[in-house]
Design a binder for this molecule. Structure first.
Ligand code: 4HQ
Length: 265
């Protein structure tokens, strides 16, 4: 997959994508990350990429001409059918479902703004969709672009060393992850839950799903409602949902039980 980032800070993108799964995906030629700097499309002595907002007020806005020129140059290096995305707090929220969809695109042009943002007419003429990475205000779109690249690239076929890693996650279908443990069996006076060393794979599966459901119920009930309401690949069917209700009840009972782990299967 070809990803191009339009940014005033290209080094930030290249350095942050040089490591780990993203670095390896590039080595394996599953991913290529390029950048285009709007500043290389201005020719005045001061290399001005921003200007004051019409209507007044504080801050600056990225000028449309160098930005559209940079988007065009970046898009020209991407395959036909690539998607042009503007990272902005005004977009719909980026999530795993969006990451899955983007990972099936031939290429992405990610536009990272700075200052107060970009001229609205660039969004109208050059952008296919806006995405927000969360409800907070950042100083630029580069970190959001990196989040999108990270979440998307690890879904590319062959990017993870163990293909099960990305499948295991969709197993729980939109739930938070279960707790993980590794050696030693006792650490800081805390033992690994007995079920995980039992070797009973059916019991382990059930325990993990129960923990995932319980954690999601407590911390992100919105995700549980969304998962229950959705159908499709990697999503629970009616039988799953019935057993989810039972497991969630068990989880809540386990937590009330003063004998704690007496019922930890
Ligand atoms: N931005 N999710 C870029 C964000 C943001 C977000 C603020 C976007 C600054 C220039 N982007 N402008 N949240 O806060 O994507």
């Amino acid at each position: 997959m070809r990803v191009e980032v339009v940014t005033l800070f290209p080094e930030l993108i290249h350095q942050a994508t040089a490591w780990g799964v993203l670095g390896r995906a590039q080595e394996r030629q599953l991913l290529s990350v390029g950048t285009e700097d709007p500043r290389s499309h201005v020719h005045d002595v001061h290399k001005t990429v921003d200007d004051r907002p019409y209507g007044g007020g504080p801050g600056m806005v990225l000028k449309p001409e160098p930005l559209t020129a940079a988007i065009a140059a970046a898009a020209a290096r991407c395959p036909a059918g690539s998607l042009r995305v503007y990272l902005s707090a005004q977009g719909p929220r980026f999530n795993q479902a969006r990451a899955q969809a983007l990972s099936r695109m031939p290429g992405l042009v990610l536009v990272a703004g700075r200052y107060e943002g970009i001229d609205e007419r660039v969004i109208q003429t050059c952008i296919d969709e806006e995405l927000s990475v969360g409800d907070y205000v950042l100083s630029g779109g580069e970190l959001p672009a990196l989040l999108v690249i990270d979440a998307v690239a690890r879904l590319l076929e062959g990017a993870l060393n163990d293909a099960r890693s990305s499948i295991e996650e969709s197993f729980a279908g939109g739930l938070l992850d279960w707790p993980h443990y590794t050696r030693p069996e006792e650490f800081a006076g805390l033992r690994v839950p007995e079920v995980l060393v039992s070797g009973d794979h059916a019991r382990i599966r059930k325990w993990r799903l129960k923990q995932a459901l319980g954690k999601t119920w407590r911390v992100r009930p919105d995700l549980l409602l969304a998962a229950a309401g959705q159908a499709g690949e990697g999503q629970p069917d009616a039988a799953d949902k019935a057993s989810w209700a039972g497991l969630l009840n068990e989880f809540l009972q386990d937590k009330q039980d003063p004998n704690g782990s007496a019922n930890e299967d």
